[in-house]
Design a protein around this ligand. Structure first.
Ligand code: COS
Length: 383
């Protein structure tokens, strides 16, 4: 723990209450308008949610991975759009800077990110580089004391509202390997940088993604993360190792919500003269979901604790992300089943969450990429 236990407990309780009393009642509004209300975003800032993982010396709370996960267990109980507002800023959009930025870069951007004055965004994926992340084609070529960026980034979370983009681009176009990729910090509004139209998605209304397009976009050479070329791919991988634990925890939260809603419905809904929760086939679904949630929660916490203890957690983070995201898919499917016909009707929200959780198995590495990371590590370490 990095925070005093009592203070952390207070924060956890406050977030749980805000989720319950403020975010959940606003879910329909977000679904209808595609926007998280401004007053809720302001409350997020006041609560310090944008600075949870930013070190204290830069204005954040400096939470360790376990603490972050425990808070995401609460945050995950509301529609994913709420977490997404600050999720990239405390996760993949800031952690490259925290891990590998120079002191000057940290001082310039981290306090603004922690305060929620600017939103951080992580620009890795491209039209031709998704699972094969080192295939990025966006270039950042040094010209005098500036980098000139050209290329397109795709499906970038929070791109339409971000203030700072960590852009993974090829600084050495002759090097097609990971060593040719660097991370460049680009501020919103820089000439030559635009965002595309906001993507229409299967679910997760209110989470914003779009292209980020660079056309001869010039940034000072000092914007190279860590002032070192060729380190971008490794930074991205380290960032994703932590990001995957954050997502695993969010899935645990969403599963908790779905199970709680399913249990409440099953205890109230009567068929054959009694609540459907009295029927063993319904009980089996509830029990399977509860068991899988417990497994995912335990796995996520264990992986977080190992990371906080300094272990290399690429494999266990992949295990947690893989298991938790698949788990919440199964839980959402059972939640629809337990709700019966109501599970297909929008006002019960279950069908919405069923669509929302589908994304977790895709981004920050598909389930298949997690399997690949796990198996490759097993083979590498076999004697
Ligand atoms: N931490 C630190 N360094 C890492 C790392 C990690 N977790 N994973 C890989 N690296 C390093 C490797 O050690 C290697 O360094 P050296 O060249 O010095 O040996 C370098 O990065 C390249 O690694 P590797 O050869 O394993 O890369 P591959 O292209 O074979 O595969 C995968 C890497 C598939 C794991 C990677 O591309 C990946 O995670 N893809 C999914 C990307 C993703 O999540 N996309 C979603 C976008 S964000 S929403």
């Amino acid at each position: 723990m990095t925070l005093d236990t009592g203070i952390f407990q207070q924060l956890e309780d406050t977030i749980a209450r805000v989720v319950r009393e403020r975010w959940v009642p606003a879910e329909d509004h977000v679904e209808e308008t595609g926007e998280v209300p401004e007053n809720i975003i302001n409350e997020m800032k006041e609560l310090g949610l944008f600075g949870l993982t930013v070190p204290e010396e830069y204005g954040g709370l400096g939470l360790n991975t376990e603490e972050e996960a425990r808070l995401m267990f609460e945050v995950g109980r509301a529609a994913p759009a709420f977490r997404s507002v600050f999720g990239t800023t405390i996760g993949i959009g800031s952690q490259g800077l925290v891990m590998d930025g120079t002191e000057e870069q940290k001082q310039k951007y981290l306090p603004q990110l922690a305060a929620g004055d600017i939103i951080g965004s992580f620009c890795l994926t491209e039209p031709n580089a998704g699972s094969d992340a080192k295939a990025v084609q966006t270039t950042a070529i040094l010209d005098g004391n500036e980098y000139v960026l050209n290329g397109t980034k795709r499906y970038i979370t929070n791109a339409p509202r971000a203030g700072l983009y960590t852009v993974y681009a090829r600084t050495n176009p002759n090097d097609k390997n990971a060593s040719g990729v660097s991370a460049i910090l680009v501020e919103a509004g820089t000439d030559g940088m635009t965002t595309g139209k906001t993507d229409k998605k299967m679910g997760q209304k209110g989470t914003l993604t779009s292209d980020v397009i660079f056309e001869n976009c010039r940034v000072p050479a000092t914007q190279l993360l860590g002032h070192e070329e060729g380190m971008g791919f490794k930074t991205a991988m380290k960032v994703l190792d932590r990001g995957r634990l954050h997502l695993a925890a969010a899935c645990v939260g969403m599963a908790r919500r779905l199970i709680d809603d399913s249990l409440a419905y099953a205890m109230e809904r009567k068929q054959f003269g009694k609540p459907i929760s009295d029927f063993q086939l319904i009980q089996a679904m509830l029990a399977d979901s509860e068991t899988e949630l417990y497994a995912a929660q335990t796995m996520t916490l264990d992986a977080c604790r190992r990371r906080d203890a300094g272990e290399n957690t690429a494999r266990v983070a992949a295990c947690a992300k893989y298991y938790a995201t698949e788990m919440v898919g199964r839980v959402a499917d059972r939640a629809v089943q337990i709700h019966g016909g109501a599970g297909y009707i929008a006002e019960y929200k279950v069908e919405r969450f069923y669509r929302d959780v589908r994304l977790f198995r895709l981004y920050e590495g598909t389930s298949q990429i997690q399997q690949l990371i796990i198996a490759r590590d097993m083979i590498k370490n076999a004697h």
